[in-house]
Ligand binder design. Structure first.
Ligand SMILES: Nc1ncnc2c1ncn2[C@@H]1O[C@H](COP(=O)(O)OP(=O)(O)OP(=O)(O)O)[C@@H](O)[C@H]1O
Length: 345
């Protein structure tokens, strides 16, 4: 089967006042159906330009973009408009129509497609339920919180039954908790409707939480791409390590130095395994999920009938958000969690 999105040797040159700026250089990318694909990179790397090339809001200077095997460059304007219905987009600042009520914002793209008003409003109501905002149909966007506005934007994006959802920094204007709930919603949409999601973000926690695959863009080029756990666990290039580990470093990255940094910069969590703990290699799975190592500082566990019992103290990354998410992850698996403030012998 064709990849749902295929980018072949795409370059994009912006020209203004005789000055040329090569924003994308020879980009090759394949995104398979059902993936949640993160595109990450420093500011100005070319992420937005790349994502805008995926629906031809920006025409590549050279190269090809294929959606389900169909080359966008070979379509007429009318065909392109039809094809774009398969690709919805949400943005950092929501882009809602402020003078229209929530329900009408969602119905709007359907009306443009010629759907009858009653049918469009019925579908909009259904989508409001999907995003958990049934009671806000008659509110105006100005009366909503940032998270609620993004939910409305997601409902509007889903109205046209897209196959692909492009998210351009969709959670960057939201606080961590709201970000988490929007990511949960995107994950649910991906699973329930099989929609392929492409996420541009500068927030590594977003990628860790929901992306299955990731590409790192640097100065208009893709420097690494692959499964998220592989890239986050083993970033190969210096730039990728800077982005993912979030610290500048020498070209070499000796294991000892890394271990030392980790030990200096950890928080500590005590976890208690009991009868209710999940039957799974919970620490190993957590390391895979978060793409960051933890240190077992102390373990006093027994294997009872294949289930761990006892307690363990983990050294975890200092980032409070990562710590919070790890605690939540462990609690959800039936483990009791305590913060450790004293030194561990
Ligand atoms: N319409 C344009 N005309 C000229 N240059 C442009 C245009 N759009 C983008 N660029 C340039 O292309 C490069 C890539 O920009 P782009 O917005 O894709 O980066 P980005 O990775 O999304 O950055 P950010 O995270 O800051 O949004 C930048 O140097 C930018 O100045």
């Amino acid at each position: 089967m064709n990849p749902v999105i295929e980018v072949k040797k795409v370059s994009k040159v912006f020209r203004s006042k005789g000055v040329e700026m090569e924003a994308l250089k020879d980009i090759d990318l394949e995104i398979q159906r059902g993936e949640i694909f993160g595109i990450i990179g420093m500011s100005g790397a070319g992420k937005s330009t790349l994502v805008r090339c995926l629906n031809y809001l920006e025409r590549p200077t050279s190269g090809n973009v294929l959606i389900e095997g169909e080359d966008l460059g070979e379509l007429s304007e009318a065909q392109l408009r039809l094809k774009r219905r398969e690709i919805s987009m949400i943005f950092q600042h929501f882009n809602l129509l402020m003078q229209k009520k929530v329900l009408d914002n969602i119905a709007f793209p359907l009306l443009i497609q010629g759907v009858k008003k009653a049918e469009a409003r019925r579908r909009a109501q259904e989508l409001l339920q999907t995003v958990g905002l049934s009671d806000k149909a008659n509110a105006y966007p100005a009366q909503l919180s940032g998270g609620q506005k993004q939910r409305v934007a997601i409902a509007r994006a889903l109205a046209v039954n897209p196959k692909i959802l492009l998210c351009d920094e969709a959670t960057s204007a939201l606080d961590p908790q709201t970000t988490e709930s929007i990511l949960d919603l995107l994950q649910e949409i991906n699973r329930r409707y099989g929609i392929t999601i492409v996420i541009i973000t500068h927030e590594m926690a977003v990628v860790r939480k929901i992306c299955t695959h990731v590409a790192i863009v640097e100065k208009g080029e893709i420097i690494e791409q692959g499964a998220m756990v592989d890239i986050f666990n083993h970033p190969k290039s210096k730039k990728a390590r800077e982005l993912i580990i979030g610290q500048r470093e020498d070209d070499s990255w000796p294991g000892e130095k890394r271990q030392k940094n980790l030990l200096e910069k950890t928080g500590k969590i005590r976890i208690v395994f009991s009868e209710n703990s999940a039957f799974e290699p919970v620490i190993g799975n957590m390391v895979l999920k978060f793409g960051t190592p933890v240190n077992i500082l102390k373990a006093d566990t027994k294997n009872v009938g294949g289930v761990a019992k006892g307690e363990m103290i983990l050294g975890v990354p200092e980032d409070p958000e990562v710590q919070r998410q790890m605690k939540e992850y462990l609690s959800q698996r039936g483990l009791e969690i305590e913060e450790v403030t004293e030194d561990v012998e």
